[in-house]
Design a protein around this ligand. Structure first.
Ligand SMILES: Nc1ncnc2c1ncn2[C@@H]1O[C@H](COP(=O)(O)OP(=O)(O)OP(=O)(O)O)[C@@H](O)[C@H]1O
Ligand SMILES: [Mg+2]
Length: 250
């Protein structure tokens, strides 16, 4: 199968006053449909910058991003916005939920924004499906402040998945969660990967989170420095990965 997402020799430079920061220095990668890929690397290595380019949130300085066979690096702002809304799902470290809306209303937001009635038909079914996926049945009417941090992040995941995006991009989604709630979130991501063949690119510092992935790309100073293929497996114990990471000094 052709890759669902490709990066070709991406560079990204930021101007900071008189100085230039080279955040990415020539990154090429390919993600297969249904693949679960983790991006790991030290703080400041360029992981978030790369994820933003992959999702069309920002444009590369040079190089290109090809999404479902189409070069998205030079889309107009309108086209990029449409692509993000319709084809990609984002989850960030901060949950970004709307405090005054219920769980269900937060998850329904992509439909509401598009002017669709989320109360029936396909939208209604999908909302129910993702609520079941993240195991929040019975909490549809709660507001975010009535939920635990882990539950709030699961709402964010459900909202990202409700549009059935081709690719789910997640930047440190477990960064604000404790061990148990982080594990529940990772299980929800894994379930979407297994049951819906959801393609996932996950940025994480956490070897336990990365151990859910099929493949890990290690980023150092704006380049891919190592690649670790773990393959698809139901056992997500982090020990083998931690041993591999120790060998490469991470
Ligand atoms: N908007 C920006 N303006 C200027 N420099 C930026 C900008 N965004 C990122 N950078 C720089 O690019 C480099 C990579 O940043 P990035 O946020 O991608 O790192 P990261 O790997 O995600 O780090 P962390 O693990 O701390 O989140 C850093 O040196 C950062 O300061
Ligand atoms: Mg980051």
């Amino acid at each position: 199968m052709p890759p669902i997402l490709e990066a070709h020799d991406l560079t990204k430079r930021f101007a900071l006053g008189a100085e230039t920061v080279e955040a990415l220095r020539g990154i090429s990668l390919a993600v297969q449909p249904g693949e679960f890929v983790a991006l790991m690397g030290p703080s400041g290595s360029g992981k978030s910058t790369l994820l933003q380019l992959l999702g069309g949130l920002d444009r590369p300085t040079t190089g290109s991003v090809v999404f479902e066979g189409r070069d998205i690096s030079h889309l107009s702002d309108d086209e990029a916005t449409r692509l993000r809304r319709e084809r990609t799902g984002f989850v960030f470290q901060a949950f970004n939920l709307i405090p005054l809306l219920s769980v269900r209303e937060n998850i329904a937001l992509p439909f509401t924004i598009a002017g669709q009635d989320a109360g029936r038909g396909e939208a209604h079914d999908r909302i129910r499906e993702v609520i079941a996926l993240v195991e929040l049945e019975g909490k549809e009417r709660y507001r975010p402040d009535q939920l635990s941090q882990g539950e709030q992040q699961r709402v964010a995941v459900a909202r990202a998945l409700v549009t059935r995006p081709s690719v789910l991009l997640a930047d440190e989604p477990t960064g604000n969660l404790d061990y148990t709630t982080g594990g529940e979130l990772l299980d929800a991501l894994w379930k979407s990967s297994e049951t819906a063949a959801q393609t996932i690119v996950l940025v994480t510092h956490d070897a336990r989170a990365a151990a859910y992935a099929d493949r890990i790309l290690v980023i150092g100073d704006g380049q891919i420095t190592d690649e670790i293929s773990l393959g698809r497996r139901a056992d997500h114990s982090a020990a083998p990965l931690i041993a591999r990471l120790a060998q490469i000094g991470l």
